[in-house]
Design a protein around this ligand. Sequence first.
Ligand SMILES: Nc1nc2c(ncn2[C@@H]2O[C@H](COP(=O)(O)OP(=O)(O)OP(=O)(O)O)[C@@H](O)[C@H]2O)c(=O)[nH]1
Length: 668
Amino acid sequence: PSCLRAAESMSLSLLRRVLQFKLCRRKMQSGTFVFRHRWMKTLPVISSSIRRMSSQPDKDTVDLSKFPVDRIRNFCIIAHIDHGKSTLADRLLELTGAIAKTEKNKQVLDKLQVERERGITVKAQTASLFYSHQGEQYLLNLIDTPGHVDFSYEVSRSISACQGVLLIVDANQGIQAQTVANFYLAFEAQLAIIPVINKIDLKNADPERAESQIEKVFDIPAEECIRISAKLGTNVEKVLQAVVDRIPPPDHPFKALVFDSNFDHYRGVVANIAVFGGRVRKGDRIVSAHLNKTYEVNELGLLRPDEHPTQRLFAGQVGYIIAGMKDVKEAQIGDTLYLQEQPVEPLPGFKPAKAMVFAGMYPVDQSEYPGLRSAIDRLTLNDSSVTVQRDSSLALGAGWRLGFLGLLHMEVFNQRLEQEYNASVIVTAPTVPYRAVLSSAKLIKEHGSEEITIVNPAQFPDRSQVSEYLEPMVLGTILAPDEYTGKIMTLCLNRRAVQKNMIYIDDQRVMMKYLFPLNEIVVDFYDVLKSMSSGYASFDYENAGYQTADLVKMDILLNGRSVEELTTIVHRERAYRTGKAMCERLKDSIPRQMFEIAVQAAIGSKILARETIKAYRKNVLAKCYGGDITRKMKLLKKQAEGKKKMRRIGNIDVPKDAFISVLKRKDK
Ligand SMILES: Nc1nc2c(ncn2[C@@H]2O[C@H](COP(=O)(O)OP(=O)(O)OP(=O)(O)O)[C@@H](O)[C@H]2O)c(=O)[nH]1
């Protein structure tokens, strides 16, 4: 009101200057933009000139720390695997000038080698983009997320840092299992959902069908869908407009959420944060709500998509912060950071990731133990969802028992160890976390509780000491064309699954829900499902607690000697069939050696199955007549290298892949 009064006596341009000066000062003091809103309402003429002034679309000179919160949008891209998230992210980056438009820009946000090789996203990535819309400049914070079911943990935490999502659906494939799972994650978080139908350039694209599925399954009007081709860039601009128009700006009290973290060898932990309110500056002392530890901020900035240091981070911004944390466990995902002098109520955070698959990991040669230990330490610094426990076995020596989110997660971890740390490891047959209710007083005392979780089959307690065994269950969703329904039902039945629900989502596609024992799907269910449906079926699952089960421990013996790493826990009624199949597969995967090998499956002292591997001697020099010594040396070296991929158990060479492949079944 005092300014309005002053306006009567001052020229408008002078008043403008006074206000601009006050505005800057107030913004710097309060760190919020509430002040600006208020003035814009009372003085539209002045505010429009201020707006013009602060929305110069020159992204290199704009001061990000003063970016108005009402022109910030935080969103992520979610979809089923391969529906084109990373490709759309590339186009968005290009269109907003964050990266140059070249042929080489393919899945720019997929930085890890394993991501590029497998063509999948494993870790969520963040980038800040500038976008001019109707003369205003907007700051769009984009988070690209992985599509595979093992990494849905990354999706849920990305969602917590956003106010909206782009839900991508392939125009050819339509809604798939993870589309459904991801939709509900976003829906439950009450985010704005923009459905995007991608790949409309494909010959068999059927966008109408995808839209009617979206209407039927998610209750989103078909008109809200945007049809695009991420590959060709068709209509991608419309996506940016929708982000601005349909996603609300962030509006929160003073605090920041840690939604990702990774470890940098030189700078320590780099935490990705979403600032929900207020601001943080270099040199500020911040507190992590979870550990109640105080740190000094050494560096912070935005991700565009590479780190771009700034002096401050403001409400509504998504960026990174480095504050002398030494372990990613200090930057717990879901934790709240606040300024030391301004404690706040912590944000709700995320459900912690729970390991569902456990496996032993051992060096191929014990002399490589220290190297492998430091490689595992470093890799887990970057992936806090992996649990690590030290373990040792008679045959394989000292090693670890690691817990993963799923089998693909385990394979990716393994591949990263080999590629990024040049480590050669043996991974034992994966197992799920079983539980046992103990009846033996001695064991209860030893464990300090009646119910124990067993992640190592070798430590499976004997039936006589247990009143009940329990196995983890999951509720699986399968989407497939109806012609495969019969085959899929047989497969599920073979995997001890119970059907819970089945509906047609359109005239050709069926959605089925089954309750599965986790161990039945963990190794190869997805592969089998894919191949029996010519790649058309998709699968996703969520945890569904524990159920009583009649379990037994099955040992595998090589020449009468039990190989602890091949021990598995099986359902009693399946023991014979599983034992026989395991022996057959071991016979195929262990190469013939200079002596005969008996492969047996046993429960206690009872032998269930046996196969014999005949003796054989491979003379690699057999075809090498005459005297070329270099050629002979080369062949012998090659043979020695082949042996490195083997593990000697007793006097038997077992290929390291045998430990996992032994569990893969041949479902028809
Ligand atoms: N024809 C066509 N192909 C596309 C389009 N968008 C993406 N693709 C292709 O689809 C494949 C998967 O694309 P990505 O962008 O890697 O998919 P994604 O959803 O990020 O995959 P994940 O990160 O593994 O979940 C790639 O081969 C892309 O080239 C499109 O609009 N048209």
